[in-house]
Design a protein around this ligand. Sequence first.
Ligand code: SF4
Length: 444
Amino acid sequence: MSTSQPKVGFVSLGCPKALVDSERILTQLKVEGYDVVGTYDDADVVVVNTCGFIEAAVTESLDAIGEAISENGKVIVTGCLGKRADLIREAHPGVLSISGPQDYASVLTAVHEALPPRHDPFTSLVPGTGIKLTPKHYAYLKISEGCNHRCSFCIIPSMRGDLVSRPVDDVLREAERLVRGGVRELLVISQDTSAYGVDLRYAEREWRGRAWRTRMTELCEGLSELGVWTRLHYVYPYPHVDEVIPLMTAGRLLPYLDIPFQHASPRVLRLMKRPGNVERVLDRVKAWRAACPELTIRSTFIVGFPGETEAEFEELLDFLDEAQLDRVGAFAYSPIDGAAANDLPGALPDEVREERLARFMEHQAAISAARLERKIGTVQKVIVDVAEDDLATARSMADAPEIDGVVHVQQVEGVKPGDIIDVVIEACDEHDLFARPLGVSADD
Ligand code: SF4
């Protein structure tokens, strides 16, 4: 690439949704002829895409801005923390510009001002797939922005606004482009995947010569036509989630649901203002498993929520026993600036929250380990993330990138990232599986 092109450094913090924003900004910068570089020294200006979800993320974002200022000096800030411009200006008065999440236009204007684009007729010759920060063989597919719920511990709706869904044909076309560009696994993300399309009244659009509604089930059906792995994240247990289970049973959609349950006590869930009919969640989980035994369920929980009694916490542990979830993440409740839950009575002392978190994790660790152990001796399809010599790091259908475990495959020859192969699971530890390709034994 020519060294005379204007050069932009990019630091992307936060969740997969922020990563998608970063990818969009980078794609546009490439279209305009900017060169994206990997070091502060090489960059003429640095964009920092921040996260502001919890206090730890705020600190990390402020530190990243500080580092970029001291290493480079010309810094443009965007992303969730951009909603708190005062905080950023107070810590780092020298930043050139601050904008919020999905405000691509402001970021690009700030880049143009700091570093005018070089006009070059060839810069329009960019690949149609966009610039992806994730490895080439998997990609996040953001189907909507914002959220109509108002969970009392969350400030995302105040940062990102109400739900705005992308029309289904728009999403399916992006997915098609990604697959044409080599992507073998699509990760559907949003704040609330089950609510997809409700703001558009499930508008009908045309794709591949037929009508599709902007609705989760139809979207999944469309994606299943692309012949790659599709994984659903941030699904809420609404009744229509039942409709995608047959697609999983038929092998058209990965048998994987990432459902942030957050708690199991109906009273605590009401205090959290969580969506969905909480009383029927367990019945629903059991029905899904009966229809699709290979279904993997991942979830997250908050323990030590204000007012949570010991009995309610134990109700949560009982739920874990009943639900037999495969993968679980948990947090001890910590107040987030601006969240309604901060005003709830009955805040628990730190040591109670931490002690409950430790008990919760220990309880779930045994369940997750037992579920992994059941896989020993089975044949699984895995997608290769990294291949080196005769070893590969791969993931099964049960493993989402970055948040779940991996499958370490030994004695594997001639594979490359994105390949999908059959392996026999031979062992496990707390998170990961160990395997050999089908047909290869330890003596080979
Ligand atoms: S569903 Fe609740 S936790 Fe999730 S983004 Fe919306 S308000 Fe926040």
